[in-house]
Design a protein around this ligand. Structure first.
Ligand SMILES: Cc1cc2nc3c(=O)[nH]c(=O)nc-3n(C[C@H](O)[C@H](O)[C@H](O)COP(=O)(O)OP(=O)(O)OC[C@H]3O[C@@H](n4cnc5c(N)ncnc54)[C@H](O)[C@@H]3O)c2cc1C
Length: 450
């Protein structure tokens, strides 16, 4: 019988495990994916992919294997603050950073995006500036830190990779975990679910069988903007990027993933093709443009409703292929479609090949209005007009897990069953997911039953 079983080896599960190994406990971590060193995507080698689950998303490290940009803030990246309070959430994130540095993360220098004079100026134009301290590990360092954490963890706890728990049965004071394709069950006194967004469907099934309610599901959709590289110079004097938030009537629009000198790329996720941004560091040659997405969140009562909404809009734009729609900002204002002929003398050279046309015909008004109102305020902040040759790409999307009712220790209504990280619907960033893991780990260490 294990004391604690953690299902999901992403950053939330890893930081929970790293906290728990301080005590002499029998701990098991189960992941549906592979060990970190075996995670390999055929697409990266230019081969075709026939995998059941994507190694980019699943396996030890979860999505922590990607860019590894740890933002230490309550301003964005989740709502950990609502569970543990503002100051304690920041303290937990400090502990995340301390642990990363213990395993070599200090090779990346911490920086801050705080800029008080810009905050004051932006407020007058109707914006909030969201700021953060950042430790940006990058893919390679991120993998090395995670691998070193794995080497430490495996000396004191057990791991099972490429293993799926088909059902979790709650018994009086323990859980029985039925393993797919294995006649032997696993028994554990406590279970922590840490399956991230990639485990959404699996978790919905488990919640239904355990009688756990899943609540509101958030979906962010938005237009990716590509503008002349110098358009935001006056606000990017002191920092490489900024995060602007505009609150309109009935919606909030926030810039996401701002890439000076970046390119627009196609993002393939959940059977949809979206307009994403690529940082200039990830490219051979930078561009002369700057891009970002203007995300507007919407909330749905169920995951199914959220999925239906997203597929009805982005799926229709994709037309069964990888079509992305684009329009010049000037044409959107004049209510005329952009054509390949107009584009031949556009001063902003597109970094992604897209179909030109009219956003109004295919994109809900909410996302178009948000760009127009955001640009009105941005013109006040910049004290100059937005270039009419700016390009607007439809659409980018960021998807979330439904919220699950838990107490301040992330314990669900089923006692001794915890849900942490992105699958809780509370966190949506590396730092906050990892911090939720530390928090649950510490709470469990104090329990007399262990
Ligand atoms: C492309 C991309 C890039 C990102 N970059 C950043 C960034 O730079 N900075 C940032 O703050 N945030 C970033 N995010 C968000 C961030 O990665 C997540 O918020 C964070 O990884 C969540 O951690 P987690 O542990 O909750 O889940 P995950 O990291 O998703 O880990 C979940 C784990 O559970 C496992 N799992 C799933 N289902 C099952 C199952 N049924 N059984 C067993 N195991 C299962 C998976 O294999 C995985 O290991 C990015 C997201 C994406 C999609």
């Amino acid at each position: 019988m294990y004391d604690i079983t953690i299902i999901g080896a992403g950053v939330s599960g890893i930081f929970a495990a790293h906290t728990l190994i301080q005590k002499d406990l029998r701990i098991l971590m189960i992941d549906i994916g592979k060990r970190l060193e075996e995670r390999d995507c055929p697409l990266d080698r230019g081969e075709s992919c026939h995998c059941d689950s994507c190694a980019k998303y699943v396996g030890f490290g979860g999505l922590g294997k990607s860019e590894g940009k740890y933002n230490y803030t309550n301003d964005f990246g989740g709502d950990l603050e609502s569970k543990v309070g503002y100051d304690f959430a920041l303290k937990l994130m400090e502990e995340v950073d301390h642990t990363l540095c213990q395993y070599g993360g200090d090779q990346a220098v911490m920086y801050s995006t705080e800029n008080p004079s810009l905050v004051r100026k932006a407020k007058k134009a109707g914006f909030e500036i969201l700021s953060t301290k950042v430790r940006h590990l990058g893919t390679r360092l991120s993998e090395s830190v995670l691998q070193r954490m794995f080497e430490r963890l495996k000396t004191t706890m057990d791991f099972r990779f490429q293993t799926e728990v088909s059902r979790i049965h709650k018994k009086d004071d323990y859980f029985e975990l039925i393993i797919s394709g294995d006649s032997k069950s696993i028994f554990s006194k406590k279970v922590i679910l840490a399956t991230g967004r990639s485990g959404n469907e699996w978790l919905s099934d488990q919640c239904a069988s355990l009688g756990i309610l899943q609540n509101l599901t958030r979906v962010d959709l938005g237009i990716r903007v590509e503008m002349p590289g110098n358009q935001l110079d006056s606000i990017l004097q002191d920092s490489f990027e900024t995060k602007l938030q505009y609150v309109g009537e009935g919606f909030t629009a926030t810039t996401y993933c701002m890439n000076p000198k970046g390119r627009i790329i196609r993002k393939y996720q959940d059977g949809l093709v979206m307009a994403d941004g690529q940082n200039y560091r990830e490219q051979v040659n930078g561009s002369s443009n700057l891009n970002f997405t203007l995300f507007v969140p919407r909330y749905f009562s169920t995951l199914q409703e959220a999925n239906q909404y997203v597929h009805s809009i982005i799926g229709a734009i994709n037309q069964g292929g990888d079509r992305i729609l684009a329009q010049r900002f000037g044409d959107l204002q004049e209510n005329r479609a952009t054509s390949a002929t107009t584009m031949s003398h556009n001063r902003v050279t597109p970094t992604l090949s897209a179909d030109y046309g009219s956003l109004r015909q295919e994109v809900p008004d909410l996302y178009i209005q948000s760009v127009q109102l955001f640009f009105d305020s941005l013109e006040k902040l910049l004290e100059q007009p937005i270039d009419e040759d700016t390009l607007l790409y439809a659409l980018d999307g960021k998807f979330y897990s439904p919220r699950i009712k838990t107490d301040t220790r992330f314990e669900t209504e089923v006692s001794h069953l915890y849900v942490i990280g992105d699958c809780s619907g509370i966190t949506h960033s590396l730092s906050q997911a990892a911090a939720s893991g530390i928090h649950v780990g510490k709470s469990l260490l104090q329990e007399k039953t262990l």
